[in-house]
Unconditional design. Structure first.
Length: 328
């Protein structure tokens, strides 16, 4: 039995590694030679870009239009010299490109500015229980290179025997833009989970989650995103040990921004892998999450998805996730 669990994990890891490698190769092949400075550096006039103080960079990144300066690609080789002292600039887009927006249960691979209200329902947890989560998120770039999100899970409930309710675990995550062009972005991130909740509601866990993410425009209005990382415990190691995480998502934008209720409508599916690194006896977890996102009007968005486990034993029957978003 232990051999079968370890054999299944190796097969899942190998398949996911191949999938991520193919996805990254597709992403890296999307650069346009006419806009990629590695191949054709853009010519800029000396002093054309305004200089900002650090406080102004943060203020303009959060509250500015994102369109005051002309977009120029960011490169990995200029990571420590370019973009940190410039406010966030929205990458250019047109009607033939997919919309840059967050998806349910998928890596972002993007910088954007949102206020998000999240609801989750997890059905049929072992012990004949269900869990519910309500969370508020603030998401914004602080410069062209730096982005932050603050997650406030204001309520977590578990029904069944026993039942419990508590504040969740507060999360903060930062991301650094490694490379960004009109059609591609690659990001390094670090998530920090703090044990502000209770173990009775599956909280009270301190974690570090370093990761890499990407987003790329494919043909037409199709886009792909993905990520890989490690979720490392800092306490309660027996409750949730170290896990390797991998996600790949594919989707399409099918309507324009100003279509009533169904503007910027996107459908997508995410493949999610979680493999336990520290316990060989624990089987790998794999799921699919089909979902949608739509612009309701006035920069308000609704997104939803259902995560369906495909490996056994299932830790839950399904997980419903809904986002109500205000872009700014």
């Amino acid at each position: 039995m232990r051999y079968q669990a370890w054999h299944g994990r190796l097969a899942a890891l190998a398949a996911s590694a191949v999938l991520m490698f193919v996805a990254m190769q597709v992403a890296l092949s999307q650069d346009d030679p006419l806009e990629d400075p590695d191949k054709s550096p853009p010519v800029q006039k000396a002093g054309a870009r305004r200089r900002y103080r650090p406080r102004e960079v943060i203020k303009e990144s959060i509250f500015g239009s994102g369109e005051d300066e002309e977009f120029t690609p960011l490169l990995l080789r200029t990571l420590f010299t370019d973009g940190w002292d410039d406010p966030w600039i929205a990458p250019p887009s047109d009607a033939d490109m997919p919309v840059r927006q967050g998806w349910v249960n998928a890596p972002d691979g993007l910088f954007f500015r949102n206020l998000v209200w999240t609801y989750q329902n997890i059905a049929d947890i072992p012990g004949d229980r269900n869990a519910n989560l309500g969370m508020f998120q603030f998401q914004s770039p602080l410069s062209r290179r730096l982005w932050i999100t603050l997650d406030v899970p204001f309520v977590t409930t578990v029904s069944g025997t026993p039942s419990a309710a508590s504040f969740g675990d507060f999360n903060v995550a930062t991301r650094v833009m490694l490379r960004e062009t009109k059609r591609l972005s690659i990001i390094a991130g670090l998530g920090v989970r703090t044990p502000t909740g209770e173990l009775s509601t599956f909280n009270g866990l301190a974690r570090l989650s370093p990761n890499l993410q990407f987003w790329t425009h494919l043909a037409g209005r199709w886009s792909m995103r993905g990520g890989a990382g490690v979720d490392v415990p800092l306490n309660n190691y027996d409750v949730l040990p170290t896990n390797f995480l991998m996600n790949v998502a594919l989707g399409q934008t099918i309507t324009g921004h100003d279509v009533p209720i169904f503007g910027d409508f996107q459908y997508y599916v995410t493949a999610n892998l979680r493999s336990n690194v520290s316990r060989r006896s624990v089987p790998a977890f794999f799921s699919l999450t089909p979902g949608f996102r739509t612009h309701l009007g006035g920069e308000y968005y609704l997104a939803g998805g259902v995560e369906i486990p495909l490996t056994h034993p299932r830790p839950f029957a399904d997980r419903l996730i809904f986002f109500f978003v205000k872009g700014f």
